[in-house]
Ligand binder design. Structure first.
Ligand code: IMP
Length: 199
């Protein structure tokens, strides 16, 4: 049995990424849990040195929960491209460098795909809920689609402008938040958090 969050309780969002914070806050808000970001509490960003999304999500959630004494929810996610063997994957943030240049990172992805006709791509999100006593619950969400070029739209963040989810024509960068939340990797993982740990 998964552990539940206490209704009316407080939850730390263990991320310093503005795009993710905006999306996770929108997902949690309707469920009667007060949220506070790790940045607002002055919590440091731990080193993400696990080889996979779930491992890095666990590192971030546990660090925030133990430092704050509150339950914490983290997100580790990335953009994966079939023709690149799943890269940039867990290195999605690192491909943008310290200046967070996602225009450059997207161009690099497109350059590396080159003439390969296989444009399949997907996003993965691992959401981890951790408690101060070290208990964790981790959930994975995925959305499949196509890597397109040139990038389109400025509504999202990261690699959103070069990703069209299967069955759509707009990129994530062109979609309103509700349309992205209807199908996104993050929303799919969050639906599992909700079913297991809320209420
Ligand atoms: P990390 O989980 O902090 O290592 O960073 C994940 C990186 O993956 C982000 O900085 C984004 O570049 C990318 N990413 C994750 N989720 C999304 C998304 O929903 N849209 C666009 N890019 C994303």
């Amino acid at each position: 049995m998964a552990r539940k969050l206490t209704s009316g309780g407080k939850l730390v969002l263990a991320s310093h990424n503005k795009g993710k914070l905006r999306e996770i806050e929108a997902l949690v808000r309707p469920h009667g849990i007060e949220v506070v970001s790790a940045g607002a509490l002055g919590l440091p960003e731990p080193e993400e040195n696990a080889p996979d999304f779930a491992g890095n999500a666990r590192i971030k959630a546990l660090a925030a929960a133990t430092a704050s004494g509150l339950p914490a929810l983290s997100d580790d996610s990335g953009f994966c491209v079939a023709a690149l063997g799943g890269d940039p994957g867990v290195y999605s943030a690192r491909w943008a460098g310290p200046s967070k240049d996602f225009t450059g990172a997207m161009a690099e992805v497109n350059r590396k795909i080159g003439a390969d006709p296989d444009r399949r791509a997907w996003f993965i999100a691992a959401l981890c809920l951790a408690w101060p006593d070290g208990h964790t619950e981790t959930f994975i969400g995925r959305i499949d689609g196509t890597a397109v070029w040139p990038p389109r739209g400025d509504k999202g963040f990261g690699y959103d402008p070069m990703f069209v989810p299967a069955g759509a024509t707009a990129t994530f960068g062109e979609m309103d938040p509700d349309a992205k939340h209807a199908v996104s990797h993050r929303a799919r993982a969050f639906a599992q958090v909700l079913a297991s740990c809320f209420g």
